[in-house]
Design a protein. Structure first.
Lengths: 623, 236
């Protein structure tokens, strides 16, 4: 039903229901008045419409303006009628844990889904804490939706296992398919991508982010059909195999709507130049290697700076996978317009960073390696007054590495970038002072993730635990929804979190705390907690039990290498029938020792409407 | 009979002899036992809140504290990112490494992370529509390389390599046979700009000197025969 049809029907229904007589002249044009008169003459002979239908109709029209899933969830709870209407009109479904319900339930409730967002494995799976083949397969979902939603346009998956067959079924089943985004997924290869490229003729978005894509030795880029494409976004920077550049160039030329292009490291600087010349309308560019194929021969070198100057719309830059410092300044002309800059794959020194960042006055998102050092962070703080999100990753991600950024850089950022909302910071040396300074200077913080890489490291100046710093964060940052803690932490830190972290939804804990009290503080104190992931901390069954009243209202809890027993886990599973309790070892052994002993290596529990899953591998025990 | 040694909590480095199978399983994996060690030794009040059951569990499972080596998944950096970093060169003051990316020797190793440098070379095959790039450092022998290339360009096989890992060039007639056939042979351009048959030098030497690989028909490679034969003769 189009909007015009439905509102016409609505006004008809409303008028019938309200038993309106058409006013003589004060309503709309005479022709419509005439029609209305006819209708009102007919009205007397037909039965009045059921109020429910009218209301549903009205509601349908109103609900199409509601897109937020929280609002829609609230609407669906009002009464059965509202539940029904909402289910009919929800276009985008978000499923935060693919095991919280079955595909059958999805298609039974929602009838007109056009967009599906599905998340699979919990985050700690990214760090090898989960054995392979644990689950989160896309197959049952694509099979169910293929039949139920032939009009499906968008699929967004995170941490799911997706096979080439799944992609083939997707490409065949949804003729109007427009957007595919795969984040941190695995199980497929370039052949699956080739099928999507070839068969999804309406494709606008093909974004592969940090996914593992096997190289099937297939020229997938040549598989896009001939003629003009609808492509707006193409991201393949995570594909670790060479591509057919000529085909890519031709694809770009025939994609006039292309705004976002993220190439992989097999695209050289010369090749990038060719692409930029052909697509000056780009707004987001992933630069590939940023390194020339051949040693340049003086004047024969392409004018990279000019190419960047010509791309006047670029606001987002990333890539620089094998960059050569002497070419970095070519991007200078776009710096003033940049809102997002990702240097996190480039070993950039403070010396290299400064001339670039000093022009980036509008930057809101900045990702980099700690190779920029405290000095580089000070330069960021001096210029980037609009910074909202900062992520500093370790160039050398080991516990004993040098750690070239510290509390000094953190404090500088807090003083210069007052609008900061989200920070992820890997370091070795940190002080309570710097963390407290950030809590006071950046009241807009919603995400604070500090990773002190050396385990149990105290404040490196005072030698005290990091309790006070994190305490200040939860106390002063009143909008905080996501927190990751590290360093030497006692139960006191957790008492602060429980006392002040009233909006926290996600909490990550590693190598922290003294006792079950810590876990209890959090589970009793944080009413909005949805996702709790804990590793290597001395929390046992007592702590686990203290959260019984919460688990049915949480997305998941992960506890690995802690002190919980099978008995404790069984207790939870018996008390909470709508919570699935999974127990497994870290290396996927079906071995008797890890399975039947009382020790629990990993506990992963989550609420589910449809009970325990049927696809659990042998090494997973569902209690 | 309780094995006291096995249940004893220690702060020291692993002795490596704590009960059979568990050694293999733990293999430097966990920090929790180390955490427990630290906490229990520091403060006795902590013991109160740790239930008896928990304590029993700890005693049974704490076999040895892991060495201060890398713990699995810590720091929490995704493998994709780690892999990218391990392939990076460290920044030097001036880019003297400025070698062509296709050269076998790709310059300095990345700092501290201890992974090998990469050695990308372009691989072209006569008749194939596009190039591939491979990292020679990923392979240890000619056979590995041969397998990888034949998977990439599945319409040919390089043939087998002898026990020393090198092509049997000692036998002139065999070589002539090969070059007369219609099979493809891999050839490579070395540091001096000369085109050689792949397999004529020890593997490590090959990785260092190979700049690019071209897979051509045996009959076309016939021009390389004299050079290959010469090298055979020089060696014998």
């Amino acid at each position: 039903m189009t909007e015009e049809d439905s509102s016409a029907k609505m006004s008809e229904d409303v008028e019938k229901y309200l038993n309106l007589n058409p006013p003589c002249s004060s309503s709309s044009s005479s022709s419509s008045a005439a029609t209305f008169t006819n209708k009102s003459r007919n009205f007397k002979s037909s039965p009045p419409p059921c109020p429910d239908h009218v209301l549903e109709n009205v509601l349908e029209n109103v609900l199409q303006f509601l897109t937020s899933r929280c609002d829609r969830n609230a609407v669906s709870l009002v009464c059965r009628s509202w539940y029904r209407v909402e289910a009919q009109t929800r276009l985008e479904v978000f499923i935060g844990n693919c095991y919280s319900l079955s595909p059958a339930r999805l298609i039974h409730r929602f009838k007109r889904v056009r967009s599906l967002v599905l998340k699979g494995k919990p985050r700690f799976a990214d760090f090898n804490l989960m054995p392979p083949n644990w689950g989160a397969q896309f197959s049952p979902w694509v099979a169910a939706t293929a039949k139920a939603y032939p009009w499906l346009e968008k699929v967004h998956l995170k941490r799911m296992f997706v096979t080439d067959d799944d992609l083939a079924l997707l490409a065949e089943s949804f003729p109007g398919f427009k957007e595919l985004t795969l984040v941190c997924c695995e199980g497929f290869g370039t052949s699956g991508i080739a099928i999507v490229a070839n068969k999804c003729r309406q494709l606008k978005v093909l974004d592969l982010m940090e996914s593992e894509v096997t190289d099937d030795e297939l020229d997938w880029i040549s598989c896009f059909p001939e003629g003009e494409t609808h492509l707006e976004s193409l991201s393949f920077d995570c594909i670790e195999s060479p591509i057919n550049f000529k085909a890519l160039e031709e694809l770009v030329v025939r994609s006039p709507f292309l705004k976002k292009l993220r190439t992989n490291r097999f695209v050289s600087l010369e090749e990038l130049h060719r692409l930029m010349v052909r697509a000056p309308q780009l707004t987001s560019l992933g630069t590939g290697s940023f390194s020339p194929d051949n040693v340049p021969q003086g004047e024969q070198q392409p004018d990279y700076a000019a190419a960047f100057r010509a791309c006047k719309s670029i606001v987002c830059l990333s890539g620089f996978r094998e960059f050569r410092p002497e070419y970095l300044l070519a991007i200078s002309s776009v710096c003033a317009n940049l809102t997002s800059l990702n240097f996190s794959y480039a070993n950039i020194s403070p010396h290299m960073l400064k001339p670039i960042i000093s022009n980036c006055h509008n930057i809101r998102v900045f990702w980099a390696l700690d190779s920029i050092r405290d000095e580089g962070l000070q330069a960021v703080a001096a210029t980037c007054k609009e910074l909202r999100e900062l992520r500093i990753f370790p160039f050398d991600p080991r516990e004993d590495s040098e750690g070239p950024v510290s509390g000094v850089g953190l404090q500088a950022i807090s003083e210069g970038c007052r609008k900061l909302e989200s920070i992820l910071y890997f370091c070795q040396n940190m002080t309570n002072g710097a963390v407290t300074a950030m809590s006071e200077n950046c009241p807009q913080l919603t995400v604070f993730r500090l990773c002190i890489m050396g385990r149990h490291r105290p404040d490196h100046v005072t030698g005290k635990p990091m309790d006070d710093g994190f305490g200040a964060i939860v106390k002063n940052c009143k909008k905080l929804t996501r927190l990751a803690v590290s360093g030497l932490l006692t139960d006191e830190a957790f008492s602060y979190i429980g006392e002040y972290g009233k909006l926290i939804r996600t909490l990550s804990v590693a190598f922290a705390g003294n006792s079950d009290k810590a876990l209890r503080y959090v589970l009793e104190g944080c009413p909005k907690l949805q996702k709790l992931e804990i590793r290597d901390s001395p929390f046992g069954d007592v702590g686990l039990r203290s959260g019984m009243h919460r688990y049915s209202n949480m997305r998941f809890v992960w506890l690995s290498s802690c002190l919980i027993s099978r008995g404790g886990c069984r207790g939870v599973s018996h008390a909470l029938p709508n919570v699935v309790v999974e127990v497994f070892g870290a290396d996927g052994d079906d071995d008797e020792d890890t399975v039947t002993g009382d020790y629990v290596e990993t506990l992963y529990l989550y609420r589910s409407l449809d009970g325990p899953r049927k696809d659990a591998p042998k090494f997973v025990t569902i209690l | 009979m309780i094995n006291f040694e096995a249940t004893e909590l220690r702060l020291g480095l692993p002795g490596g002899n704590h009960g059979g199978e568990m050694v293999g399983k733990n293999n430097g994996k966990r920090g929790f036992s180390e955490t427990v060690d630290l906490k229990l030794n520091l403060s006795s009040t902590v013991m109160d809140s740790v239930s008896k059951v928990d304590l029993e569990n700890m005693k049974e499972k704490v076999v040895k504290p892991p060495a201060k080596a890398q713990v699995v998944g810590w720091p929490p950096v995704r493998s994709f990112r780690k892999n990218v970093m391990s392939g990076q060169k460290p920044t030097t003051g001036d880019a003297t490494e400025g070698n062509d990316k296709t050269s076998g020797s790709s310059g300095a190793t990345s700092s501290a992370s201890g992974c090998a440098a990469v050695a990308y070379v372009k691989v072209s095959m006569d008749g194939a529509p596009y190039l591939r790039k491979i990292d020679l450092k990923l392979y240890k022998t000619y056979q590995d390389l041969s397998d990888a290339l034949s998977k990439m360009f599945s319409s040919f096989t390089i043939g087998n390599y002898g026990p020393q890992g090198m092509k049997d060039f000692m036998n002139e007639s065999k070589l002539i046979d090969l070059l007369n056939g219609s099979d493809y042979v891999p050839t490579y351009e070395d540091k001096d700009g000369d085109w050689m048959l792949v397999g004529d030098v020890p593997w490590e030497m090959f990785v260092d000197s190979c700049k690019r690989i071209r897979i051509m028909k045996g009959s076309e490679a016939i021009g390389l025969a004299p050079r290959a034969l010469e090298k055979c003769k020089n060696r014998s």
